[in-house]
Design a protein around this ligand. Sequence first.
Ligand SMILES: Cc1ncc(COP(=O)(O)O)c(C=O)c1O
Length: 365
Amino acid sequence: MTRPEPKPWISEIHAYVPGKSKSASGKPLVKLSANENPLGSSPAALAALAEAHVAADYPDPDARMLREAIAAVHGLDPALIVCGTGSGELLHCAVQALCGPGDEVVCSRYSFSLYPLLAQKVGATPVFAAPEGHGASVDQLLAAVTARTRVVLLDNPNNPVGTFLPPAEVARLHAGLPADVLLVIDEAYGEYVDPAHQSAGFALAAAHENVLVSRTFSKAYGLASERVGWVTGSAHLIDLVNRMRGAFNVSVSGQKAAAAALGDQEFVARSRNHNATERARLADAIAMLGNHGISASPSEANFLLVHFEGTVTASQALEALAEAGYAVRHLPGQGLPNSLRITIGTAESTTAVIATLRRLCGEAA
Ligand SMILES: Cc1ncc(COP(=O)(O)O)c(C=O)c1O
């Protein structure tokens, strides 16, 4: 049969696998599987969304008002910002602009599951650097760089592990890279880290030609459904991303909601504080199950990666949590068959997750 056939490297990939929201039997579950914001969205963003707009018209192709709002909040040059259909679109653009067959894209062994797909979609080869614990190791990332490396992708904090490389370590990684290798610092969870560390990536991107920092409105800003992200970097890199991106890539509602959300930093602070409180509560409860072989990687993000190395398995915990009404992320396809990534949800969700894990271990809830 003759039919359109993809390039050989496309035959080898699969579609991105999103977090589940239903049990195996189809029962709807509370989603702790996609790192969404349990507080929802800023009331200011919701008000902007409710405002009528003309759906028949294309959005501003340059998202000018939104870029100016981002620049004002972060002290950046609006000309050095590009907005995208989520930060995912812009990660695609960067890799697509620089890589093709024969090139290599380096990332840590456990990092965002989209990264290898970004490389494979353009015929490049993903190269996984050995981790330290489960998190990224600067030495191993640098050791994985070869003459074929075009891009190093660093999610900081890391997804699915949650670990965070402090600014000095990221600077050391950058210093060890050849000037023609792009370092992408993916800060999708950047608003959750210590505010003192939040702008170090921007400073690195402003000072060098080969650093791009990405941010998203999908996590702490609670606007995952609107699909808005952005990058900042040198004029050269911004020009490349602009050439690659979709022409009208951020909807009118997305631009309005994101700009309004930026004006409500109180909501972002509330999201960060809620996350810190509930993450500590879940981490403490998991530490108390250490005698059952259960532990969590340190996290600065809005989730915990929980490891099951005792009699209770990750599959059993996945099933018990689904039974209790919660979907979490099992990542055997990423080489983590004994771990579950659990998004920090409402206080009620944390209580239910703790009770379920304790019950599974035979401990009083
Ligand atoms: C590390 C990381 N980067 C980027 C993204 C993409 O987010 P979005 O395309 O919604 O901005 C995610 C989403 O989960 C993520 O975990």
